[in-house]
Design a protein around this ligand. Sequence first.
Ligand code: FHN
Length: 443
Amino acid sequence: MNTIIKKAGLLSIVFLLIAKLAVCQAVYPYPMPDYTPTKENLESREMFRDMKFGMFIHWGIYSILGNGEWVMHDRGIPYKNYSRLAGFFNPQQFNAKDIVALAKAAGMKYITITSRHHDGFSMFKTDATGYNIVDATPYHHDPLKDLADECHKQGIKLFFYYSLLDWGRPDYGFGHAIVNGKPVDADWDHYIGFMKQQLTELLTNYGPVAGIWFDGEWERRDVNWHFDEIYALIHKLQPAAMIGNNHHIAAIKGEDFQMFEKDLPGENTTGFGADAKISQLPLETCETVNNSWGFNITDTNYKSVKQIIHILVNDAGRNANLLLNIGPMPNGRVQPEFVDTLTAVGNWMAKYGESIYGTRGAIAAPQDWGVVTGKNNTLYVHILKSGGQPYIFIPKLKQKITGASLFDGNSKVRFKQQPEGLFIYLDNVSADNIDTIIKLVTS
Ligand code: FHN
């Protein structure tokens, strides 16, 4: 009898584990790579978690129109007319050294740049199409090469954003009906081959690439994207490179990180996150400084420095990175409003980065007042908002706390630990307008 109960118990544990895995990993109807992450890849994942803060760059010929990267689609500009923009794209003032220096000044550790967005224009030298910055513009130069060289020189990791969706290529067949997993009157197999050629170039010609950031899968859910071949190709060309796919669903086998667009992990303010169950992979939120990804000349809806720091801290507390976007202008420079904000965030990071970089979150559930991060035997309590009480409470803290002090000035802070959690008393704590950080020592 006992053995039967034990067996039943064991079976239900196995069942629960399978169910839990299923919740975190999306079931994809097409073949997926039989992928076991390599040692290099696992190291990249930890390094990614340590970095915490990156720069997203949306830049393309659309910047000329100053109305974001969706301008071709939103204004219904035919591909033929839109492609004329290439003829006058000449970003003489693009300076990779300055951009990388700006990222560093902001405290960012990596850059993710659009190599090709949904408009289909390749911002790098490619033999797969003439519709690229070297062959189709008067600039005749590859800015991604400059950026890669500069990133390698200045110790910044580089990821390439790559759009799966293409609004213009006939082989993609945008807007065509999908029958038997392929768009009709298009050449889907050719399109897959085209992407493989471009990804091979990106992972061969630019030195070590930290990862590929896919986007656009959501445009057609019912085709075979050949992720089994595409992901295997990337992992074969650069085993340390990480793969993320902004498909807004749970991670799929072969992916190495999971991103959340304009939401903290687990939130769904955008409507994208309904099916995006949080995986065990490294996590990332991508956000804009104003409301636009690509350069937008009328969007002055700038987030404050405090708002951005709060997103960054809230992400860290949830074990996620922040990838903060800038959309350079058509001349290649970054607008001064972004430079100011990034520099101010960088000043904060220079002072308080210890409580962010290299930490892990999800130590305690996020609270109304803020979050907890931690590394080694220190926990950092980030009080972002006053709860109106002379104390804060961290429920169910597993670690035994032996000391508490204010990050600024190191003065001792009173606390009381009991089975339900930890009380931290704020009577002698002068609140910081952005983030009051209390350091806890664990035994
Ligand atoms: O459509 C894109 C959009 O232009 C932008 O690139 C963002 C960045 O996360 N992603 C897509 C929408 O999910």
